[in-house]
Design a binder for this molecule. Structure first.
Ligand code: ZN
Length: 665
């Protein structure tokens, strides 16, 4: 743990031009620096660094961030690693907070588990060289077309037939029984015998993002149906199944460089594709694709191409994956392989060029994929066709970005020659249903936290019951505090004023209703004051969190730029991405606007800040009216109905007043 004051010192000292300049040759152009982007291939520079704003942005691939962000992205470091890197560069001494005894014990335990796991990995690899390993496992790997180089790189191995081999070797090498059992490599019987979980199987080690062996998958070569085809490591402190991706360590830099991740299903799919030369490939192996796995990929790229078997199971898995990927704000394409081949078969039967050509010719976005798939079944049946359009609309509804959603709506409307509004209607309903489902889910989780946690019983045959990790959600969001899509655009705009100009003075004219004699307010104070009058806070939890953090720093007396840097560098990823979206992604537009009318900024603020606040208030009132109207149609109680009607008429008056004011501004 690096103490907060040292973190701030590092962030304040790091100069973006310096930091980026260590990796990229920068050329000065105007007040900025430019270069060819280190994150994507290009011949003309579209990568720009602003020394004054302390940020970089590539207008080609869209990557952007601060000095720390650059180091994280470029060197694939964690936040803490990047901070330490910068501290070293600027000779800032990092005295880490002293760990408590508990923290030390935890860290040592974690490291011990990794060491045992790595011992296991070496043991399986070495067993491959024994006569038994050569005769059975090596022969199998060769029959699957794997070359020695691939076998070595991925650490493939053999778990001997003798069920005591690993446990005995580990104990005589001095590894503790406790950790052998904990990693799942050994199983202790009631009679005290320690036996191996993996025996008589070929072994595929699973690596963490940083390349350490954290778990194993063992495949039997027996055709006997009573033997489980795969045995996997259990979940441990070092291995969380739903967060691990097979091959991520070997693929991550290629994924970043190609700005695309290819997703397949099995170990052999990854190995064959990699061997052929398609190296940006990972597998969700062992589980069906999870949100955490998608987020893991999202750290390296926005683009996923799913390549699954063209059979029913593969198609269904792809369909499930699509909506999850869209929901994470990523782009998804799907490739189906011909006549039931899996990526492993396909890679082995074709050359690199053929596979690449096939992918680029058959890659479809989700609309094309669903259309092709379902239109075949629908034919000319108008009802089925309507069902298909609804199905596609429901997928679009998952996309968090409104602009991208709008793009897909247009393209779907064109493809099916129907009115955009029909699709928008469906999406509106679908998003409302989604938000309600999420709310219910949160309520369920909140309840579940109070119940005793479900601990899976280990099954000695290696079968692992699948269970969801329950992340405790201590606070239950109120209905109104939950993300409110109708209010979010206004909240976003207000937040943008605060993040970009919060510390600027708001100089109202004497005749403005907001003018107060002898009182100078900043943009941030003005907005916060009006919201406080209504006792309101942002409904969108992301915006609210960012807003609250802004004011923490604001009250510390930091400058606008310091606050921006703090938020952009926030350890809370959600806050840093909101700040990034509002400050950097809009950077291009803002810069050109400012250049046009440098002096007009303050005048613009005086007009637009109150205007945005008024439309925000209007929308809130409209929402209340909507909610009351809905209640009116469901309640039977006459008194309550009268009460509601009264409230609605009051809100209607408020709305009229607000609208009139809005018209005057
Ligand atoms: Zn770029």
């Amino acid at each position: 743990m690096i103490p907060q004051d040292i973190v701030h010192k590092i962030l304040d000292t790091a100069q973006i031009v310096d930091v980026v300049g260590d990796f990229v040759t920068l050329k000065k152009r105007g007040s900025n620096y430019t270069a060819c982007c280190p994150f994507h291939n290009e011949k003309t520079p579209s990568f720009s660094v602003s020394a004054t704003k302390g940020i970089y942005k590539c207008f080609g691939c869209g990557k952007s961030g601060t000095a720390v962000g650059f180091v994280m992205e470029h060197e694939h470091m964690s936040y803490t690693e990047a901070l330490k890197y910068l501290a070293k560069k600027y000779n800032i001494e990092v005295i880490e907070k002293e760990e408590t005894a508990e923290e030390i014990a935890k860290r040592q335990r974690y490291e011990s588990l990794l060491l045992v796991s790595e011992f296991g990995g070496r043991f399986f690899q070495e067993s491959l060289d024994t006569p038994e390993g050569q005769a059975i496992a090596m022969q199998y790997f060769r029959s699957r077309g794997l070359q020695d180089e691939t076998i070595k790189k991925y650490g493939l191995g053999w778990a001997p037939v003798n069920r005591m081999s690993l446990s005995e070797a580990a104990r005589s090498a001095g590894y503790k029984e406790e950790f052998l059992i904990e990693t799942g490599l050994s199983i202790k019987y009631d009679d005290g015998r320690l036996v191996d979980r993996f025996f008589d199987r070929v072994i595929f080690p699973i690596h963490s993002v940083s390349g350490r062996v954290i778990a194993f998958g063992g495949r039997t070569l027996k055709t006997d149906k009573s033997v489980a085809k795969y045995v996997n490591s259990p979940e441990t402190e070092i291995y969380i199944k739903s967060k691990s991706l097979y091959g991520i360590y070997f693929a991550k830099s290629e994924i970043a460089k190609k700005d695309k991740c290819i997703l397949v299903e099995g170990y052999l799919d990854v190995l064959s594709m990699h061997q052929l030369g398609i190296t940006n490939v990972v597998a969700s192996s062992g589980t069906s694709l999870t949100v955490d796995q998608i987020r893991q990929i999202h750290k390296f790229t926005d683009n996923i191409t799913i390549i699954y078997d063209g059979d029913g199971a593969g198609i269904n898995a792809a369909l499930r994956g699509i909506d999850m990927i869209l929901k994470e704000g990523m782009n998804v394409k799907i490739v189906l392989l011909p006549d039931g081949q899996d990526p492993d078969d396909f890679a082995r039967r074709h050359t690199l060029e053929e596979v690449q050509n096939y992918i680029s010719a058959n890659e479809k976005d989700f609309i094309g994929f669903k259309t092709n798939l379902l239109l075949e079944q629908a034919g000319n049946d108008p009802l089925k066709k309507a069902g298909l359009i609804n199905d596609i609309s429901d997928s679009i509804a998952n996309i968090p970005d409104a602009v991208i959603r709008a793009m897909y709506v247009r393209s779907t409307a064109e493809r099916f020659e129907i009115d955009e509004n029909l699709i928008l209607d469906r999406i509106g309903k679908s998003r409302t249903a989604m938000i309600e489902a999420e709310l219910k889910q949160k309520q369920r989780e909140a309840r579940r936290v109070q119940e005793p946690e479900y601990v899976p019983v280990p099954d000695y045959d290696g079968y692992e019951p699948v269970f969801d990790q329950v992340e405790p959600e201590p606070q239950m969001p109120e209905r109104s505090a939950f993300e409110q899509p109708y209010l979010a655009p206004c909240e976003k705009e207000l937040l943008q004023f605060i993040l970009s100009e919060g510390c600027s003075p708001l100089a109202f004219d004497r005749d403005s209703k907001y003018y107060v004699e002898g009182c100078e307010m900043t943009v941030a104070e003005f907005i916060d004051g009006i919201l406080a009058e209504d006792e309101a806070e942002f409904a969108n939890s992301l915006y609210r969190k960012t807003y609250e953090d802004f004011f923490l720093f604001y009250e510390e007396g930091l400058t606008q730029q310091q606050i921006q840097q703090r938020l952009l560098n926030s350890q809370d990823q959600e806050i840093s991405s909101v700040a990034n979206e509002l400050l950097i992604e809009k950077y291009q537009i803002t810069v050109s606007n400012y250049e046009k009318s440098m002096t007009a900024v303050t005048t613009q603020l005086v007009t637009y800040v109150p205007k945005t606040l008024l439309s925000y208030q209007c929308r809130k009132v409209e929402l209340l009216i909507q909610q009351l109207t809905a209640e009116l149609s469901t309640t039977e109680d006459i008194e309550r109905q009268l009460d509601i009607l009264q409230q609605i008429s009051e809100y209607n008056r408020t709305r009229t007043t607000l609208n009139n004011e809005l018209g005057r501004v």
